[in-house]
Ligand binder design. Structure first.
Ligand code: UT7
Length: 328
């Protein structure tokens, strides 16, 4: 029997401060009703504490993870940090996290695939385990989206929140764990969802700051159209190519960007809404954090052998689906 990579623990963290639709109504020209019907979001958590960044949320999630699994940080071989809001442009947030948690024997790096980052990180971690060289790999994903959101722009400020989740990957010999993945990028979609300045294309200047180019820019309707088609399609494709029918699927873990995209994905897969993890109403879109935060919230309901499909769509464009057999 060959080895597979399985998730053996999961934990999450969201900051205390809750930004409600009612508070947003006082900040921009919007209504709770508009936000709820268009997105399904009621509130999101925001990291307000000065001096705290993405790495601090990761530390909370990872420390909880290590405690649950009963292992020390020194046992970690590799840490992959999936984020688009790293603490600094460089060094990588993975370096900072490893230092803060005391993962002295680990190496690590950041991975950037916007809202699909956690999927890409899982596939990367999976292959690191399959190589036989690494036994304990942490994939941590999440964002301090509030650090790149313009809270005067009603098109984007209502959507995003802050939060982080982490999983531990270990070798499995029972044919459980990550079974298949389908991942895609299409960079021709970059103009519809991006941050205009701050990178090497347009380093920050007074002008870029004045123009608000260090904030998230999104053409919502266009992104919606691509997301709703591609996330549904890839989720169906991973079922079909593995001969999985709707009854075989215990859970869909969808990226939490918009409830309407999630509903369309579930419908295309033919699965009932009772099998869909949905926490967008409380957390909003935490970008790299949505999938592990779902697994964290639903962990106690998951059973060994459960077929779980994770799927996401995000800036890039990036998208994909991963099929997991839950291992504990
Ligand atoms: O996670 C990464 C991938 N991202 C996504 O998957 C996001 C995909 N896009 C979406 O989820 C949706 O496009 C949004 C939720 C961002 C927007 O919903 P929409 O139904 O596509 O609205 P829209 O952008 O077409 O705007 C419709 C109207 C516009 O007014 P007019 O031009 O029709 O008069 C907007 O100005 O709604 C207006 N509007 C708002 N009204 C109240 C836009 N934002 C707001 C707002 N409150 N917050």
């Amino acid at each position: 029997m060959g080895i597979t990579a399985a998730i053996t623990a999961v934990h999450g963290y969201v900051p205390d401060y809750i930004l409600t639709n009612q508070e947003l109504e006082r900040m921009v020209d919007t209504t709770d009703e508009w936000i709820m019907t268009r997105t399904g979001i009621k509130e999101r958590h925001i990291l307000k504490e000065p001096g705290k960044a993405t790495s601090d949320m990761a530390v909370e999630a990872i420390n909880g993870l290590l405690k649950k699994r009963g292992i020390s940080a020194e046992e970690i071989d590799l840490l992959i940090c999936c984020t688009i809001t790293g603490d600094l442009i460089f060094p990588s947030t993975a370096c900072i996290i490893c230092d803060k948690i005391g993962a002295k024997n680990a190496w690590g790096y950041d991975l950037g695939a916007a809202c699909s980052g956690f999927l890409f990180g899982l596939e990367t971690g999976n292959n690191m385990i399959l190589s036989g060289k690494y036994k304990k790999v942490i994939v941590v994903g999440g964002d301090k989206m509030s650090s790149i959101i313009d809270y005067t722009d009603r098109n984007t400020c209502i959507i995003f929140g802050d939060g982080m989740g982490a999983v531990l990957l270990e070798p499995n010999y029972e044919e459980l764990g990550i079974m298949d993945s389908i991942l895609h990028v299409d960079g021709s979609g970059r103009e519809f969802l991006h941050q205009k300045a701050g990178g090497s294309l347009k380093p920050p200047t007074h002008e870029t700051i004045d123009a608000g180019e260090h904030y998230v820019y999104q053409e919502g309707k266009t992104v919606y159209k691509f997301a709703v088609t591609n996330m549904a399609e890839v989720s169906r494709e991973i079922m079909d190519r593995n001969n999985l029918v709707a009854d075989d699927i215990a859970w869909l873990v969808p990226h939490q960007a918009n409830k309407r995209i999630i509903d369309a994905t579930a419908e295309r897969m033919g699965i009932d809404s009772s099998k869909v993890m949905l926490n967008i109403q409380h957390f909003g879109n935490t970008t790299n954090g949505t999938l592990p935060l779902c697994l964290w919230e639903w962990e106690s309901q998951l059973k060994k052998g459960d077929n779980i499909v994770l799927s996401a769509f995000g800036g890039g464009f990036t998208w994909g689906a991963i099929w997991i057999k839950w291992a504990y």
